[in-house]
Each structure stands twice: as C-alpha cells, then as structure tokens.
Design a protein around this ligand. Structure first.
Ligand SMILES: Nc1ncnc2c1ncn2[C@@H]1O[C@H](COP(=O)(O)OP(=O)(O)OP(=O)(O)O)[C@@H](O)[C@H]1O
Ligand SMILES: [Mg+2]
Length: 483
C-alpha cells in the first residue's frame, strides 16, 4: 500500500491541500475535492473493482484543469510528467479507438498497433513512493461514441479488455476527464468581471454554484445518465480573477529567475520586473478566452527572448540588475550598472547552504560549523521560511530536519527537488525514518544525517555532494527528478 511521503493517511491533510493549492492558483475547491479520495486510497479504503477516483474537470480554457493533474503528479511522483494522458481529440472516429486498446489478433494492423492503455503504461507513471497512476482523458467531448462506451465499462468495472484479450486493471488509478462543455456559457455568466473586481453582488459561492449547474447541464446533454452517474466528483473551474493571474505571473517570473541562476552560473543577473511591466504582461498574456494559457508564451516573447539577446551580445555584466519596465505598450529591458541585491553571489567560492531546523541552538552550532568550512549558512526555522529563501537565493545545498513545525522534511525535500534539481539536499533526523521515508531517500539519493552527528560529518557530506557543482558547472543538466 502506498502512502504519501508525509505518512498521513485518513486524517484531513491540510498541508497537502495547501501544497497543491500553491501549484494550482485560485481553484481551492479542486484540491479539497481530490485530496479526500487520495487519502481514502492511501488508507486502503477505496472501494474495490472500480477506479480509486473518477473526476470530471469542467471550466474555461487555461484555468488549471490540466495543471491540477500535473501538480498531483509532482507531489505524488516527483514529476509533472508522471501522467498517462489520452487526447480524446485524437480519437474522434471509431477506427482510431483501436489505437487505445490494440487491434484483435488476426486483424489488419494487429502487429502495428501497440495499445496506449496497457498495464505497463499505467505502471510507468507510478513511482516507488506511490503506486497510484494518474490517467487523464483530455477533452472528452471530442471522443468518438465508441470511446465513450469503452470509458463507461472502465469506470464501471475498473477494467478494460484489450484487443489481444488481456485485461487492464484500473483499481489503482485516478481517472481525470476534462471538458470545455458549457465553458462558453460560463464565460458569459462571468465575463464582465474577467480580470476586474466583481461588479455584481453575488457571493463567490453563488457564482461557483451557477457555473457548476451550467457545466453539469452541458455534460448531461452530451453524455448518458449512466456515464454521468459513474463520476465521483464534478469540479467546475472558475475563471481566474486578477489576483490569481498576478500570482501565476509571479510564479512564472520566479521560475525564469531560477532558470537564469541555474543555467548561467557565475554569469547570472537579477531580473526586476516593475509593477507596470507586470501589468502589461498580464494584459497581453491573459484573456477571458485563454485564461492563463498565453501568459508563459507572452513572458517568453516579451521578456525571455530579449533577455537572451542581451546575454548573447554580452550586454549584461554578471552580478548586475536588469530592469524590465513597461514602455509604450511593450517591455523595455535595461541592464543597469548596479550590483544585484537579492541574488546569490555570482561567483560562488563559498557555497550557500540552507539549514532548516526548529531548534535554534542546533542552527547556531551548524552556522559555526559551516562558516569554519567556508560555506555560507542561511538559516530557517520553518518550512515556509525555507521555501522563501530557496525562491530568492537558490542555495547550493540544504540541510533539512525531518520533523518540522509546519510540515515534514521528506515531503519538503521532494518539493524542493522537483523545482531545483541541482540543489543538494541532505536530511537530518533524530528518529528512525519510516520505511516509506527511507525508501524515498534511497530512491532519490538523499543522504541522511542521524542526530547527534559531528560537525565534520555534515561538512564531509556537503563537500562530497557539492564537488560536482563547482561555480561555472551549473549549466550541465541534472537528472530529471523522480526518474
Ligand atoms: N489555476 C492555475 N494555477 C497555476 N497556473 C495556471 C492555472 N491555470 C492556468 N495556469 C497556467 O496556464 C497553463 C495552461 O493551463 P491548463 O493547461 O491547466 O489549462 P486547462 O484548464 O487545462 O485548459 P484547457 O481547457 O484548454 O485544456 C498552465 O500550464 C499554467 O502555466
Ligand atoms: Mg487542459
């Protein structure tokens, strides 16, 4: 039985909801509905002979439906790619459906068709810390009728018969169905408010209820009652409001900054995006029609590409600041002749080491030890503080205590790894790790220091880990986390 890295089972897991909500902005209902099914599965309480959860995600484009499934994959398996995705748009005619299950033996094309939905493919998207597969049927409204029939059987019995008569079992699976059905009508309902403060007097719950009924009505019109009845939860995604869009933009900008630190090493620089520039990016990159879908591309076009051109022409001195400001409907990017303020030291003779523990005495002692070993310690007493430091300073390594006041070090290690594959993570613990925790450390090659340890032990582990990460070598690709 798989257990979430934090070892929790059936109790409400606020930390998990929160962790997911940080990745999928402005859709709190999504996580609140999905997490209980996860806990049921982890507690071995999911009913047998059917998938462990069947979720229909409705709502406008670019509001986070697909991102939700990716975020779950990140948390459960350490990689957003650990999802078996079926694009229903590719199966619009009945004969294409054979690609999913493979043609029966003797039929034309039997040898060429490798079915997409096999037990092996399901297993390939699990990980050693969790055996739950996430399967995503995107845009189900486009599916051929025979695919709907196939899905019906799968949702009902939790099994699928392949062309060669073998049977695929979906009991250890969450099935996500996404659809834009009703999305247009939903947008009409809220469009006047898109990107602005709401002007009508309905509460968010009333608006959410209205959107849900629009979505459900559209789904009922398109699919049979048998099909609709098999779905455990219908989640209606809300159009993103200004605040959520701004938060998503912040995430993208932070990601770009981390990318610069990670790729350019000692040629790194700091990117300052002014509020006016952020406003412009939001205006250009978000719309009622596409939600946040265009944000990334807009950032790429207006910010990343011009920055790359400046780097290529040698116009940005290492360790300085570059300011992106709005200028006549476009972004003006100006390298300043000023040293960066938030940036980690560009030439890192002394590696920056984050030390996270709620024991202040231990932190003080670690700081002395690290200082003496010519490392730059940065302290955090909580996981929240550690995240903040990692986002702003991109440390070379982190020493994380397993027992934290606001979470646990093993989950945090996985989270940090998924965003910063090059950061070296070492755990510290005063207690025996659970077998799940130990196997996670094994799988992800995370060393564990058992308390009490000698200062020299910590320094040795750090030096051994940092030796491959000398300044200037940070551009080399690290292994994909979770693989
Ligand atoms: N709620 C959100 N939180 C964080 N990022 C988001 C959110 N919504 C959209 N995005 C950003 O926009 C991109 C597109 O979102 P996503 O693929 O989840 O849209 P979708 O709802 O599945 O749309 P579609 O109906 O077109 O498939 C994501 O990769 C992400 O960068
Ligand atoms: Mg999608």
């Amino acid at each position: 039985m798989a257990e979430h890295p934090d070892g929790q089972t059936a109790e409400p897991n606020e930390a998990l909801v929160e962790l997911l909500a940080r990745k999928v902005v402005g859709q709190p209902a999504a996580m609140q509905y999905i997490v209980p099914y996860l806990q049921m599965y982890q507690a071995a309480l999911a009913p047998p002979d059917r998938p462990a959860g069947i979720f229909l995600l409705l709502g406008p484009t670019g509001t986070g439906k697909t991102r939700t499934v990716e975020a779950l994959a990140e948390v459960l398996h350490g990689s957003p790619k650990a999802v078996l995705k079926i694009d229903c748009g590719e199966f619009q005619s009945d004969h294409e459906v054979a690609k999913l299950i493979g043609a029966p033996p003797g039929y034309l094309g039997h040898r060429e068709t490798t079915p997409m939905l096999t037990q092996e493919r399901l297993a390939a998207v699990t990980s050693s810390n969790c055996d739950l597969s996430l399967v995503l049927f995107d845009e189900i409204e486009k599916a051929a009728p025979s695919l709907t029939v196939l899905l019906l059987g799968m949702l009902d019995r939790g099994t699928l018969n392949l062309g060669d008569n073998s049977v695929v079992n979906f009991e250890r699976t969450f099935i996500f169905l996404t659809s834009n059905l009703g999305a247009r009508e939903m947008m009409k309902e809220v469009k006047p408010d898109f990107g602005f403060a709401p002007t009508d007097h309905r509460t968010p719950a009333q608006i959410a209820g209205k959107l849900e009924s629009i979505g459900l009505a559209a789904v009922r019109k398109r699919f049979s009652p048998e099909f609709v009845n098999r779905i455990d939860v219908v989640i209606t995604y809300q159009p993103l409001d200004t605040e959520s869009l701004a938060k998503i933009l912040d995430h993208h900008i932070e990601e770009l900054q981390r990318h610069v630190y990670g790729r350019l090493g000692d040629r790194s620089f700091e990117i300052d995006v002014t509020p006016a520039a952020r406003q412009l990016l939001l205006q250009r990159g978000s719309s009622p029609e596409y939600g946040a879908r265009e944000l990334k591309r807009t950032i790429h076009r207006l910010l990343t590409q011009p920055l790359a051109a400046l780097v290529a022409s040698g116009s940005i001195a290492p360790g300085t600041r570059v300011v992106a400001d709005a200028n006549d409907e476009t972004l003006a990017i100006t390298p300043l002749d000023e040293p960066a303020t938030r940036m980690p030291q560009p030439t890192r003779q002394a590696p920056v080491v984050l030390a996270l523990d709620d024991n202040v005495d231990l932190l003080g002692w670690l700081e002395t030890v690290l200082d003496a070993a010519e490392m730059t310690p940065v302290r955090a007493l909580t996981a929240a503080k550690a995240r903040e430091i990692v986002a702003s300073r991109a440390p070379d390594a982190a020493l994380l205590d397993v027992m934290l006041p606001d979470g646990d070090g093993v989950s945090l290690a996985l989270e940090l790894r998924s965003h910063h594959p090059r950061m070296q993570i070492i755990l510290m613990t005063g207690m025996e790790l659970s077998s799940d925790e130990a196997s996670i450390c094994d799988r992800y090659d995370i060393p564990v220091l058992r308390k009490p340890f000698l200062g020299q032990d910590a320094v040795n582990v750090l030096r051994a880990r940092l030796v491959h990460e000398k300044p200037g070598t940070r551009g080399s690709d690290a292994a994909t986390p979770g693989k």
